[in-house]
Ligand binder design. Structure first.
Ligand SMILES: Nc1ncnc2c1ncn2[C@@H]1O[C@H](COP(=O)(O)OP(=O)(O)O)[C@@H](O)[C@H]1O
Ligand SMILES: N[C@@H](CCC(=O)OP(=O)(O)O)C(=O)O
Length: 372
């Protein structure tokens, strides 16, 4: 299944990145086009797929609003982003409301995607939004980012977002229908590449090395960098043309694109990430029945917990120990240490009464658990 349509059909979670050039014309949003994207996103939802959008456009809209000229100066870009972001979100909000889907805004920085704690918090927010049927619309928090610590391009940010929500597919909508052997706007003879199973130096060379066509805009280079990140955690990347109406539907109907395959699956990579936690924040000791349940692929319920070690927040990685103190698993805790202590040994039906509020039935959900 090397075509974009097949990948999208099989995906459970999809991240879509939309560049400024698609969204904005002159100084305003291409509203009719955005309505068509909203329709496509609603169709993905109706097909049971969880979708997140990474949308550029704040800087371009803010420039128009403030009457600023194009400039490479970071402070001017930051001011433009601050002025343009509300306009960008207003456009998304209006388009998605017409499609019957509530939107939510997340502004992320490099730090949010690099620090484990902030990552987990952003992820938890995203999960609730997806569960509640909202469309998270993400952009870089340009106004607080620094020169040394900013993505600067939403291609790589979208790969991190795809990782955060465990997307199977990352769709980069651009003004070109994929990767060519050279920049097609400069070399008419350049060949289109429909499918890549790996990213090597030759491929990176196509996307424009230093001093060649890609410099300045980010161009294909940041898209290949994004595909490389996505590939590493089990997510395929699709680079596609997005300028015409209903660009996602067009892809689902076989429009030409470049597909870059993933290595492994998002779930596998996620579990590797959990297993690779250097310093788990605490531990839970479980009884024999729970050890058997985990070995059988079940979640860890509070009923099987005998003791809780350490002081920890929700979402952190815990060691799961058998009655003899041997580590049998690792997983992300759905509760804080204080809560875990309060509900240890407790049947699921009694959790709400014990805590005074309701919470998940599982202390560690099987999706967040890996046997060691
Ligand atoms: N090998 C290549 N294949 C396709 N496009 C390329 C290649 N090298 C450079 N490009 C350029 O990259 C552009 C897309 O990047 P960019 O303008 O940054 O898009 P976006 O705004 O969608 O992020 C294309 O219009 C094309 O001119
Ligand atoms: N965060 C910036 C967008 C940065 C970016 O990657 O732009 P683009 O190359 O148009 O996708 C903004 O909202 O204007």
């Amino acid at each position: 299944m090397n075509d974009a349509a097949g990948r999208i059909a099989a995906a459970r979670r999809v991240t879509v990145k939309i560049g400024s050039s698609l969204l904005i014309e002159g100084e305003d949003v291409r509203r009719a086009w955005l309505d068509s994207v909203a329709e496509d996103l609603a169709a993905l939802r109706a097909a049971g797929k969880h979708t997140v959008v990474v949308s550029s456009g704040a800087v371009a809209l803010g420039r128009g609003k403030l009457g600023l000229k194009r400039s490479a100066r970071l402070d001017l870009k930051q001011a433009a982003a601050a002025a343009g972001q509300p306009r960008l979100m207003a456009a998304w909000e209006a388009a998605m409301a017409r499609a019957g889907i509530p939107t939510a805004q997340l502004l992320l920085t490099v730090e949010d995607t690099e620090s484990r704690r902030r990552w987990l918090n952003a992820r938890a927010t995203m999960e609730v939004l997806l569960r509640e049927g909202a469309l998270p619309v993400v952009n870089e928090n340009d106004s607080v980012a620094t020169e040394e610590l900013r993505y600067g391009d939403n291609d790589r940010l979208s790969a991190r977002v795809a990782q955060m929500i465990r997307s199977d597919v990352l769709i980069l909508l651009s003004d070109v229908d994929g990767l060519y052997t050279a920049d097609p706007s400069r070399e008419p003879g350049a060949e289109h590449l429909p499918f890549l199973d790996a990213i090597d130096e030759t491929i990176e060379g196509f996307a424009g090395g230093a001093g060649s066509a890609g410099v300045g805009t980010g161009g294909m280079r940041t898209k290949i960098a994004a595909a490389r990140i996505a590939r590493g955690f089990g997510c395929a990347t699709i680079i596609a043309h997005g300028h015409a109406a209903n660009p996602l539907r067009a892809l689902q109907h076989g429009a030409r694109a470049t597909v870059i395959a993933a290595s492994g699956s998002p779930a596998g990579a996620y579990k590797q990430w959990i297993a690779g936690t250097l310093e788990p924040a605490g531990s839970v000791t479980i009884d024999e029945g729970a050890v058997r349940a985990l070995a059988g692929g079940k979640s860890l319920l509070p009923a099987g917990v005998r003791a809780v070690g350490g002081v920890f927040e929700r979402g952190v990685c815990l060691r799961v120990l058998d009655p003899a103190g041997r580590e049998v698993a690792r997983g992300l805790s759905a509760y804080t240490s204080a809560e875990a202590q309060a509900i240890a040994g407790c049947v699921s039906a009694a959790i709400a009464e014990r805590l005074g509020y309701s919470g998940p039935d599982e202390l560690i959900h099987r999706d967040d658990l890996v046997l060691v």
